[in-house]
Design a binder for this molecule. Structure first.
Ligand SMILES: Cc1cc2nc3c(=O)[nH]c(=O)nc-3n(C[C@H](O)[C@H](O)[C@H](O)COP(=O)(O)OP(=O)(O)OC[C@H]3O[C@@H](n4cnc5c(N)ncnc54)[C@H](O)[C@@H]3O)c2cc1C
Length: 350
């Protein structure tokens, strides 16, 4: 038998994997599976490229994880962020640094890159295709956070010419917080998470400065109003809850679809990549017929749980501290006494 024919018949023996949700978890998993010649189809409700609510600050993922997924080269031109400035209601209270630099790249750019990369590897991406949860072998759910009647509002926009004194600026306020970090082409991503306040008389893009104003971040709100906004970059997402997303127990869910870590950690994107890394081995084994779907799914779930248990628990404890008056006073006092334990906190949520 000719060598080419042997290859074709081996490829044909592999079972296809369908991935519902073409965000970071879905696309990076699909790309990694293609490196093992697993047939993959990604079903994505939206289109590429598109702006998405996200801080676009990727912290905590290692070069090894990106290399294992075969996507490290997609980050070669990403910005490297090292310094942090922490502001409380407009006042700088703490400066610090990231020992391992975080990556700065917009979702507009990154998601489209991942999709092109996957297609170049022979994967199929069906855009504008909304999937439904299916209880069948070979079906992976990476469709992101679950829509719920939650209390949070996420807002973001790319703005130019903001006065920045650190690579990442965190601006906490009485109603939430915003993070500022540079992405490509001289734009700064401004992304906030706020408690929904229906009394605010603002609409559309003005919501972002309005929420900052209402939380006590007036200078930043004014700088935003006076800055140049990237066309089409304003995005909003409302109605979600943080933490476990309780997907159907029989589904293999990864990324935000499984658990959503509070955004201040800057770690959700890293977790999407790490979850994909956990899933590759068992899913390749299933595709080759070496493992039942149930066993493969269980071993992925166990690996993900082990990897994320501590940081999810730590983030769930820290998140309310950032948002309630007593917690914020405590942080300000610690910062004033030069005792803010930023590095130990960072270790806990990584
Ligand atoms: C305000 C805010 C700020 C954040 N800032 C940061 C940050 O700075 N750093 C960080 O690391 N993380 C941050 N995150 C978290 C980060 O955005 C997520 O953790 C990350 O996007 C998770 O990737 P994912 O692939 O699981 O989900 P997503 O990236 O959300 O992808 C899910 C995909 O599924 C698609 N989809 C949804 N429903 C369906 C369906 N039924 N059928 C088909 N497709 C569907 C969606 O269109 C989407 O493309 C932030 C989140 C918020 C809300």
């Amino acid at each position: 038998m000719a060598r080419g024919q042997t290859r074709v018949s081996i490829a044909a023996l592999k079972q296809e994997i369908t991935i519902a949700g073409g965000g970071l978890a879905g696309l990076s998993l699909a790309a990694a599976l293609r490196r093992h010649e697993v047939p993959v189809v990604v079903l994505e409700a939206g289109i590429y490229p598109r702006h998405r609510v996200c801080g676009e600050f990727i912290s905590g993922v290692t070069g090894e994880t990106l290399a294992a997924l075969g996507i490290a080269n997609l980050f070669e031109d990403a910005l490297r962020h090292r310094s942090l400035g922490w502001h409380e209601s407009g006042r700088l209270i703490h400066r610090d640094h990231f020992k391992d630099p975080a990556l700065g790249i917009s979702r507009y750019c990154l998601d489209a890159r991942l999709k092109d990369h996957l297609e170049a590897l022979g994967g199929t991406v069906r855009t504008e295709t909304r999937a439904r949860p299916e209880q069948r072998d070979g079906f992976v759910w990476t469709a992101g956070r679950r829509p719920r009647n939650g209390q949070w509002l996420g807002l973001k926009a790319h703005v130019r010419d903001l006065p920045m004194t650190a690579d990442l600026e965190m601006h906490a306020g009485t109603n939430g917080y915003a993070g500022l970090a540079a992405v490509e082409d001289g734009w700064t991503n401004v992304c906030g998470l706020f408690r929904i306040d229906r009394s605010l008389p603002a609409r559309g893009a003005d919501l972002l400065p309005a929420y900052l104003d209402a939380g006590g971040n007036r200078e930043l709100a004014t700088a935003l109003r006076n800055g140049e906004w990237r066309a089409g970059s304003f995005s909003a997402v409302a109605g979600f809850e943080l933490g476990r997303q309780t997907p159907l127990p029989s589904l293999l869910a990864l990324g935000d679809a499984e658990s959503m870590i509070p955004p201040f950690t800057g770690n959700g994107m890293s977790m999407a990549f790490q979850a994909a890394e956990c899933a590759v081995g068992p899913l390749v084994a299933w595709s080759r017929g070496g493992q039942s779907w149930q066993d493969a799914a269980n071993s992925v779930r166990a690996a993900v749980r082990r990897k994320f248990k501590r940081r999810l628990a730590a983030a769930a404890l820290l998140h309310p501290v950032l948002l309630n008056a007593c917690g914020r006073t405590l942080l300000q006092n610690l910062a004033a006494a030069h005792l803010l334990p930023f590095q130990p906190m960072l270790t806990l949520i990584r």
